[in-house]
Design a protein around this ligand. Structure first.
Ligand code: G1P
Length: 301
């Protein structure tokens, strides 16, 4: 089969946003963790931007109770826009407009019970249909390395164009037992052929230090496997466990992408993201750098 045939176009992305954000309470008691601001915009905006840059056209949010703010955020805010218009705040209006997604480009489906990531992705099966799709976990923000013009998902799409099949992004970590971890078999540049993967391996048994960073390109056959998937690590239905089963019949590669991720589901990871994304903001990076270093200097005195 040619690479073109294997790599059918990826148009849809699933964004599981039903999680409770318990690691960042109390901040997430009344606000979805995906809506926490990372410098000047909600965390979820960076994830949507990453997906848009990679050619994604339709966003499927798997939501839960208390997540209405996400749906509102991706809708028009008529009263706000009207007020801005009356006050001639045209630049602000244009900025708001630049974040708007086209009509019909979003779908929302509820995961009624927190049964795990695998179950959340399965909840999107009817909207995804019979085509390859991306999954982006929105509490992980990724940033391309300085000088690298392509986002994590864009880099994955490039590899997908060559090998098709299923791909996951990976990155080294000091604490692999907290994540899904891959067993690499062989490397071809940044692309890794995998021997296996495991979700939250017990400390000391990790097959490598390469963890799954929450960016996936998957074939639709994963849904049938998710449907029959039993509980795994943490008593949850794990996406990783179904990917292990899919690996028996389909190609799977990992991409050690050029960049790094920030875990916003964790308090220090979140702080790290705020610092990194403010320092990467073209308009505010100078002032952000001065503010951050002045704050550190003061704290050290
Ligand atoms: C999920 C995945 C895990 C991945 C992680 C990245 O775990 O199951 O494989 O490494 O996201 O954030 P969770 O964070 O939901 O426990």
């Amino acid at each position: 089969m040619s690479a073109e045939m294997k790599a059918r176009r990826v148009r849809k992305a699933v964004l599981p946003v039903a999680g409770l954000g318990t690691r960042v309470l109390p901040a997430t008691k009344a606000i979805p963790k995906e809506m926490l601001p990372v410098f000047d915009r909600p965390a979820i905006q960076y994830v949507v931007d990453e997906a848009l840059a990679a050619g994604i056209e339709h966003f499927i949010f798997v939501t839960g109770r208390n997540k209405n703010a996400i749906e509102d955020y991706f809708d028009r805010a008529y009263e706000l826009e009207d007020t801005l218009r009356q006050k001639n705040k045209t630049a602000l209006l244009a900025e708001l407009d630049s974040f708007a997604l086209p009509p019909g480009a979003t779908s929302f489906v509820r995961q009624q019970a927190p049964l795990g990531l695998g179950h959340a992705v399965w909840c999107a099966r009817d909207i995804v249909g019979d085509e390859p799709f991306a999954v982006l976990l929105p509490d992980m923000l990724t940033m391309a390395a300085p000088g690298c013009p392509k986002s994590c998902l864009e880099q994955m799409m490039e590899h997908y164009g060559y090998v098709g099949g299923n791909l996951i992004a990976v990155e080294p970590t000091d604490a692999p037992w907290n994540y899904g971890v891959i067993a690499p078999e062989s490397h071809e540049g940044r692309r890794i052929k995998m021997a296996g993967m495991v979700e939250k391996p017990p400390k000391g048994t990790e097959p490598s230090n390469l963890f799954i960073t929450g960016r996936y390109i998957l074939q639709p056959e994963i849904f049938a496997l998710l449907e029959s998937q039993g509980k795994g690590a943490g008593g949850e239905i794990q996406l990783t466990d179904s990917m292990v089963r899919l690996m028996q019949t389909q190609d799977f590669h990992a991409v050690a992408y050029d960049g790094r991720s920030y875990d916003c589901g964790d308090k220090i990871g979140y702080l790290n993201a705020v610092a990194a994304f403010s320092l990467a903001n073209p308009e505010h990076r100078e002032a952000a750098a001065q503010t951050l270093s002045a704050a550190l200097e003061k704290a050290r005195r």
